[in-house]
Design a protein around this ligand. Sequence first.
Ligand SMILES: O=P(O)(O)OP(=O)(O)OP(=O)(O)OC[C@H]1O[C@@H](n2cnc3c(O)ncnc32)[C@H](O)[C@@H]1O
Ligand SMILES: [Mg+2]
Length: 201
Amino acid sequence: MKRIVIATQNKGKAKDFEALLAPLGYEVLTLLDVAQDMDVEETGVTFEENAILKAEAVSKELNIPVISDDSGLEVDALNGEPGVYSARYAGGEKSDNANIDKVLEKLTGVADNERTARFRCVLAVAAPGQQTQTFSGSCEGRILDTRRGENGFGYDPIFYVPSLEKAMAELLPHEKAAISHRGNALRELKQSMPNWLSEQN
Ligand SMILES: O=P(O)(O)OP(=O)(O)OP(=O)(O)OC[C@H]1O[C@@H](n2cnc3c(O)ncnc32)[C@H](O)[C@@H]1O
Ligand SMILES: [Mg+2]
């Protein structure tokens, strides 16, 4: 089986990438498998900057081609927050639960039709001696007022997908892969770099 390294510490993202890449014949490895202690500081102010920082640092350290993912939730009624700060929105240790509580609290009293939001994902592909490339994807939805579903990670329980009439956390992995920001970004990557994906081993 071909192998591909995703420069992430996030197990939820790893599962998303498995759902996307297993059908293409790839085994997905992450930093949790290959470089437990590599934590790249995300000092950028855009998803692009952070994705490039993560991909280039890991590719350089391990001397292999990698894909990184920088992503987040933009809520229109919160002027695009939490945005690039999605992972640590509630401060302190990363906590999906605390982050969700903070979004729900800030949206208290905001009407359904004003709760529009989107997930964004930027993937960076870095390889030794190559110019780094980025690809992006988004997924439009609305913020629910309570949690729904057990699947996925992060803000998935409060993100409603209108076209499927379900919360993201109510989708099966392959259903999320078909419509998600991450899926859309990976399909962009695949279209521009079909050889790169098929040559990994
Ligand atoms: O940097 P790595 O190690 O990849 O892991 P991370 O969790 O810190 O990842 P980011 O810096 O890209 O922050 C993204 C945050 O945005 C949220 N997020 C991203 N994609 C999501 C998805 O598909 N579903 C729900 N929440 C998501 C979630 O809170 C993530 O922690
Ligand atoms: Mg991060």
